[in-house]
Design a binder for this molecule. Structure first.
Ligand SMILES: Cc1cc2nc3c(=O)[nH]c(=O)nc-3n(C[C@H](O)[C@H](O)[C@H](O)COP(=O)(O)OP(=O)(O)OC[C@H]3O[C@@H](n4cnc5c(N)ncnc54)[C@H](O)[C@@H]3O)c2cc1C
Length: 600
């Protein structure tokens, strides 16, 4: 790992070769909840030009026809802006990823409302419901499942609707007068985490969001759970939400918090984006700012397969006692087909010496056997207040003329911009799988899986070991409770960058994609066997997961579904593997998806 000061540094060296239990729902039951007559652009039932004109007037002219910015690329040409995540977010017709093999292709909506006020969202929701057309919602387009795009749809594009406010004393609407106010930060639907962090930093506080600067701070991240580098200290993104303003399917604007619309409040904190309504504003609990942000980068190599297996086992045995607490985040990469670990581990409020002391337990025995192992790690610490204004070579600045000052993305995230995914899957790692009795089995599974896929392990995406204070907030969310037993999370993936489905001369190689998809699937078989009950979550799950209800939400799925039916009885808001979206043939994208999944 080359980078020294960034937080979600993933998959960086192999960018070229990467990706209800008891509940049974019949398709017919769910189909009854969905409009059967979804309309397709160009068909006679599609709203007339006059209807669209009325919508345009209702949103003060902010109805646009989005186009994909790569659609006009000639063979052999490249537009450098397509490598910039901030540019991509400025395009109503783009997403951060360009698609996934046998899953989805990034496709612009027929129309988009470029939101500048809450009433724009209300107008779009009412129009889609009344005309029975497909509705899509996009803030940043960061979704791995492509859930923020859908052809033949009306897009609610929240990107232009931005504004971040720091509240020294936030008092939830409708709370009893005895309620103690707390420090908080509110963000509008179009804001990204970098913008929230910058405002929080200026007020000397911190909100727990994602590491990737351009992921939305008021969208799928927190709604789907959301784990950032220091979630083991401060909790999930969902647990940090104090209040939401949300436009529901009937066009009402509701406030959801612990004192009103409590069921919706619970569902929105973990139940997934694009499912229960469109959140126009979110208010996040602010924490006192940590003092320092630390990072360990480098590699630990083994000289043979046998030594590598031992190295993996030693790491797996080291994690539960040493790193399963709020001081640590991020983790290591097990690269595909190689015998080394790439370390990219974050630490909070520890000095370099303190961090080295903890790691010494793991690395000292390795350093004593130089013929079998080589350890090359660098420890660094910066003041936390510089985290979102970094002065290191680990970042790429948005240097376009007119770009807002201080906008950057981590080099570790650069490898995912414009990604076309062969496959991408995630899996929770129960503490039990890392126990003395099971750690050898887990180490062997990681070794076997790493022969065919790159694997990222992050401790911050498992909440075993989080402080009581964070856990108390966590249990009031709809997060899959298995995460409380998990020490971390594996993501497996394979991708290629700057490939655009259906753009001649720029299309991904489908044979490569098939082989890589198969290789990742094969690797996940090993991982799943060694992590029983590890579960997953909606933000980083498997597009083709058959048991997604139980894998993503566990025992909470039945309650989530009943809340979904209360607030959105006709399933206006539907996304792939979203609560209540069991039926895959609810829209034109999903029809394709179903066929493809069956052949996978
Ligand atoms: C490079 C990269 C890194 C990532 N890292 C992490 C990570 O470290 N931790 C983690 O938890 N996840 C991570 N994710 C996953 C990411 O958090 C989810 O995909 C999340 O849903 C993105 O939300 P968004 O609003 O930014 O994206 P979008 O693509 O705009 O939206 C994602 C989903 O949320 C819905 N949505 C968007 N805005 C709203 C709104 N205002 N109201 C209601 N629904 C809305 C959309 O319809 C869609 O279903 C990462 C993704 C990428 C591509």
């Amino acid at each position: 790992m080359k980078n020294t000061n960034y937080s979600r540094r993933k998959f960086i060296s192999d960018g070229s070769a990467l990706a209800a239990s008891a509940l049974v729902f019949s398709s017919s039951e769910v189909l009854a909840q969905t409009p059967g007559n979804v309309k397709i652009a160009g068909q006679s039932v599609w709203p007339s030009e006059a209807s669209w004109q009325q919508l345009k007037e209702a949103v003060d002219g902010r109805l646009i026809k989005p186009i994909a910015p790569w659609s006009s690329l000639k063979a052999g040409e490249m537009n450098e802006d397509l490598k910039n995540p901030w540019y991509l977010e400025e395009q109503a017709g783009a997403t951060q990823s360009t698609g996934m093999y046998q899953a989805w292709d990034s496709t612009p909506s027929a129309y988009a409302v470029a939101v500048e006020k809450v009433q724009d969202i209300v107008a779009a929701v009412n129009f889609a419901r009344q005309n029975k057309i497909r509705l899509a919602v996009k803030g940043t387009g960061h979704d791995y499942f492509g859930r923020s795009c859908a052809p033949d749809s009306l897009l609610v594009w929240t990107h232009p609707y931005r504004g971040v406010t720091h509240h020294p004393r936030f008092f939830p609407q409708g709370a009893p007068p005895t309620t103690e106010p707390v420090q908080a930060v509110s963000v509008r639907a179009g804001n990204r985490w970098l913008e929230a962090y910058q405002v929080a930093t200026a007020a000397n506080c911190y909100v727990q969001g994602g590491g990737c600067t351009s992921v939305g701070a008021c969208g799928g991240f927190a709604l789907g759970g959301g784990f950032g580098s220091y979630s083991k200290k401060f909790g999930s993104g969902a647990a940090g939400v104090l209040e939401l303003e949300v436009v529901v399917a009937d066009g009402r604007v509701l406030i959801a918090n612990a004192h009103q619309n409590e069921d919706l409040f619970w569902a929105l904190r973990g139940g997934g984006g694009g499912t229960f309504g469109i959140v126009s504003r979110i208010t996040l609990l602010a924490h006192p700012m940590p003092k320092t942000d630390g990072w360990i980068s480098g590699t630990i190599s083994a000289s043979s397969d046998a030594a590598y297996l031992e190295l993996v086992h030693r790491y797996v045995s080291f994690v539960p006692a040493a790193l399963n607490n709020g001081s640590w985040g991020e983790g290591v990469i097990f690269p595909k087909g190689k015998n080394h670990l790439e370390v990219g581990t974050a630490f909070l409020d520890l000095t370099v010496e303190q961090a080295q002391q903890v790691w010494n337990e793991f690395t000292a025995p390795l350093k004593g056997r130089p013929k079998e192992f080589s350890v090359d790690l660098k420890f660094s610490v910066v003041p936390f207040k510089e985290k979102w204004n970094p002065k290191s070579d680990g970042v790429i600045m948005d240097s376009r003329p007119g770009a807002p000052a201080g906008y950057f993305w981590w080099k570790g995230n650069d490898v995912e911009v414009g990604a076309y995914w062969a496959n991408y899957q995630g899996r929770g790692v129960p503490l039990k799988s890392m126990s003395i009795e099971h750690s050898k089995v887990l180490a062997k599974a990681i070794f076997d899986a790493s022969r065919t896929s790159l694997i990222l392990f992050q401790t911050n995406k498992g909440l075993a070991g989080e402080p009581q204070e964070a856990r108390a907030r966590e249990i009031t969310t709809s997060l899959n409770p298995v995460v409380f037993n998990n020490v971390g999370f594996f993501t497996l993936g394979s991708w290629v960058q700057y490939k655009y489905p259906k753009v001649p001369g720029h299309e991904p190689d489908m044979l490569w994609a098939k082989n890589e998809a198969d290789a990742v699937n094969q690797a996940m078989v090993h991982i799943k066997k060694a992590t029983p009950d590890g579960g997953s979550y909606t933000n980083e799950g498997d597009f083709s997961e058959k048991n997604w209800q139980s894998e993503f939400w566990g025992i909470h799925y039945a309650r989530l579904l009943s809340i979904k039916r209360k607030y959105d009885p006709d399933n206006l808001f539907r996304v792939h593997h979203g609560v209540g979206s069991e039926s895959q043939n609810v829209d034109s994208t999903a029809k394709v998806t179903t066929q493809k999944l069956n052949s996978r």
